[in-house]
Design a binder for this molecule. Structure first.
Ligand code: ZN
Length: 398
């Protein structure tokens, strides 16, 4: 079956925007991008682009499909049955795909749900985005995320913990370098796993050809993770000049996950979020805003990640991170590339997804209006018109 998106504006994902292009899909791949719609076979299904814009499937580099965006999601996930968490996760995956997000990186699951979800989606059993999953995040005893993490102390134990995740099918290793907002009794600014511990975990991952990511808020934890060889910094609240130069020099990606703090600040204690989390969020938020602006101005590669699943940060509302990136200094083009071409590099999948190019996976999303003219269109619930993943429209998937 061939499908052609005909005669319209196409956002390639590498900085180029074509005005009257036709994109031809065969099976699960993009086979051509041309300036004319003539020469299409009779049996090709045609989808006029008209006033919409065709985008590469969006990529969210940081989600938690097991977390339900309730006011205290870590508590919910720790307290509820595995069966309920699994059912919720299925729904979260479906909502994510319908929002035009065709690939996610899940950075913290529970009891292997994220890993099973990945397989269930890949086999066509349930609808959802392509998932790269970390399994359980690795943290120190009592460290950030421990209710769903694999607690590990000392380089040997972290090495073993990383090997366990890879054995279970993880695509990526997540290490907790610092405290965070949503775990009680830890401080975002405090370092947690040590340089030696993270180095051991990162070595295991890299030997297995896997990338690494770190929850890293305080400067010391960030720097320890960077020196240990981490591939991406998540959140990055307290970025110093030294950190920023290191990231640029070593091509380490920054995934600020602005939505996470945004919703905590907005909904607060009145929304039912625990007071200790709201308090920590209020302390770190101004530093976060300054760090994002500084990193962007210096030229750090910023990619889109939402931390979806954290309080009021709903699965399926992922694209609201893009207008938030614009509010923090990125141009609309930069923010949209952060969610497409650049995000694919974070995942190490730049040869398969992230841009509309011949030979790549046919992950294609029609956006109703041009977000380059008005980025806030992405906040609207009807912004996404059609979603194709691997050559199949979401509604046609069995
Ligand atoms: Zn997270």
């Amino acid at each position: 079956m061939k499908t052609a998106f005909v005669d319209g504006r196409v956002f390639i994902g590498d900085g180029r925007v074509l005005e009257h292009a036709t994109v031809l899909v065969e099976e699960d791949k993009i086979v051509s991008i041309r300036e004319t719609d003539s020469g299409l076979d009779q049996d090709t299904r045609t989808i006029p682009i008209k006033g919409a814009v065709l985008f590469p499937g969006f990529i969210d580099c940081h989600v938690h499909l097991v977390m339900d965006a309730s006011p205290d999601p870590m508590k919910s996930v720790a307290g509820e049955s595995l069966a309920l968490t699994t059912l919720k996760s299925v729904r979260h995956a479906e909502k994510t795909l319908s929002a035009g997000v065709t690939t996610v990186r899940d950075l913290g699951g529970k009891e292997g749900i994220d890993l099973v979800l990945k397989q269930a989606i890949a086999s066509g059993l349930i609808k959802g985005p392509r998932v790269l999953a970390s399994g359980r995040p690795i943290c120190m005893t009592g460290g950030h995320g421990w209710p769903m993490g694999r607690e590990a102390d000392g380089p040997d134990d972290v090495r073993r913990a990383a090997r366990e995740q890879i054995k279970a099918g993880a695509d990526i290793i997540k290490l907790m370098a610092t405290g965070g907002v949503l775990t009680p009794s830890v401080e975002p600014g405090c370092a947690q796993l040590t340089y030696e511990e993270m180095k051991a975990g990162i070595e295991v991952a890299h030997r297995a050809g896997k990338k690494t990511a770190t929850h890293a808020m305080g400067s010391q934890g960030i720097m320890d993770a960077l020196r240990a060889g981490i591939d991406s910094i998540e959140h990055g609240i307290y970025l110093t000049d030294e950190i920023i130069s290191f990231m640029i020099e070593n091509k380490v990606f920054f995934i600020p996950t602005i939505a996470a703090l945004h919703h905590i600040e907005k909904m607060g204690v009145a929304g039912g979020i625990p007071a200790w989390a709201v308090k920590k969020s209020a302390v770190v938020a101004p530093h976060h805003r300054a760090s994002i602006q500084k990193a962007h101005q210096a030229g750090v590669a910023i990619a889109m990640g939402t931390d979806a699943g954290t309080p009021f940060n709903y699965h399926g509302k992922n694209l609201m991170e893009i207008p938030l990136l614009v509010r923090h200094g990125l141009s609309p083009l930069e923010a949209l590339m952060a969610a497409t071409g650049i995000a694919s590099k974070v995942l190490g999948m730049e040869n398969q997804i992230g841009t509309i190019e011949q030979g790549k996976m046919a992950d294609l999303v029609l956006v109703r209006q041009n977000p380059l003219d008005d980025i806030d269109i992405l906040n609207e619930s009807d912004a996404i018109v059609r979603v194709m993943k691997s050559g199949k429209f979401m509604e046609d998937e069995s």
